[in-house]
Design a protein around this ligand. Structure first.
Ligand SMILES: C[S@@+](CC[C@H](N)C(=O)[O-])C[C@H]1O[C@@H](n2cnc3c(N)ncnc32)[C@H](O)[C@@H]1O
Length: 201
């Protein structure tokens, strides 16, 4: 079977795709964040949150409902994103200094309570290369987060199982008091992705 046909079949039978289509959310990805939030109570009104790799925007839609209008949400992606009311969007590569500076400017001298990242690297299909890329991306997210978070701030990021992960978790533990692994139901079992929540308390 052709892979695009298989993809279509999977999309049409996926309960989370159906749920997203029947709601106003832009992607099934929202249910991963919602399930983690139901367990870990990530969001509160008034928080300052940065969403890395935000497009098409379902995570930002969800977070906006939770933290606005008293909070602030900065969404960032290389791709364009349809506007979301009262969410500040920065288009660019988060690894570039100019984009980081724009983010700092949007934070207006404050620091973030939470950085969330659903970033995914461009995959080549070559396992070792993809693993190295995703580990590197995770390290860049950690670096970004450590520069923008408050001293009590938390980081939630998507990672991919593979070599280097144990070392990465150790780096997180050096900066955060509590590091937990989450694989929400909405994350497909066959996918090597999972999420790490790093908290300072
Ligand atoms: C899985 S999607 C995010 C889905 C999103 N959480 C949602 O709920 O709609 C991953 C996003 O990461 C973005 N991305 C990948 N590398 C990036 C980079 N270096 N800087 C900014 N965005 C990046 C991609 O453009 C893509 O939109």
């Amino acid at each position: 079977m052709k892979s695009d046909k298989r993809w279509l079949q999977r999309q049409n039978s996926d309960p989370y795709v159906k749920q997203a289509r029947n709601s106003s959310y832009r992607s099934r990805a929202v249910y991963k964040l919602q399930q983690i939030d139901q367990r870990d109570k990530l969001f509160r009104p008034g928080q300052l949150v940065v969403d890395l790799g935000a497009a098409p925007g379902s995570w930002s839609q969800y977070v906006a409902e939770k933290i606005l209008p008293s909070g602030k949400l900065i969404a960032l992606d290389i791709l364009e994103m349809q506007p979301i009311k009262d969410v500040e969007f920065i288009q660019g590569d988060f690894t570039e200094q100019s984009v980081f500076d724009q983010c700092l400017q949007s934070l207006g001298g404050k620091r973030a309570d939470l950085v969330i990242s659903d970033l995914a690297p461009n995959l080549t299909g070559i396992r070792d290369t993809d693993q190295a890329r995703s580990m590197y991306l995770s390290e860049l997210v950690l670096d970004f987060a450590s520069r923008v978070l408050t001293q009590h701030g938390s980081l939630l990021l998507k990672v991919f199982e593979g070599s280097g992960m144990e070392q990465f978790k150790r780096s997180l533990s050096e900066q955060f008091q509590k590091v937990s692994v989450r694989k929400p139901d909405a994350s497909r079992a066959a996918s090597r992705e999972f999420y790490i929540l790093a908290r300072r308390n």
